[in-house]
Design a protein around this ligand. Sequence first.
Ligand SMILES: [Fe+2]
Length: 180
Amino acid sequence: MSKVTLETIFKHRVTQKYLQRSGVNHAVSVAYNAFDLAAERGVSVDLAAKAALLHDMGHYEWYRDGKWDYEEYRRHDIHAIKGAERAHKLLIRLGEDRLVAKEVSLAVLLHTDSYLPFDVEGKRTELQKVVAEADTMDEQPGGMHHYKEMSRQEAIKLLRKLDIKIADYLAGDARHPTTG
Ligand SMILES: [Fe+2]
């Protein structure tokens, strides 16, 4: 098993703080989607699930005159940049391998290109594609996917299960290195 598990990442106070804003249910669902897509395509399931879990941790709130203003938020949105920075800092703090932290951070940075002045379509790595697609699979109209409920206990239970799936997959991979 990777030394930094999804469960460890999830339980950290920094993750707890930021995932409350963007939605725990969405983060866990996207992590599961990313595992499936990564396994299908021979992409690292460990990196894909970590990037997916953390992809929206850069979400922040934009208030104008004390009121939430979605239009202003969209116009000034840099959540993917903030998320990439936060995910990197968190993973390094947890003792994650530096290359893993960098790859995960880049996948968070490019999970959407709605904030960029250019199109990244066709330029993403396989890992970055997996994370972007896993996110899109869970999206609901009006951003409702950010409001789906999931208790802390349920999230921990599901992430523990996913950690085991990842460990089993990687163990299988080691036994059959050519099946990727
Ligand atoms: Fe998302």
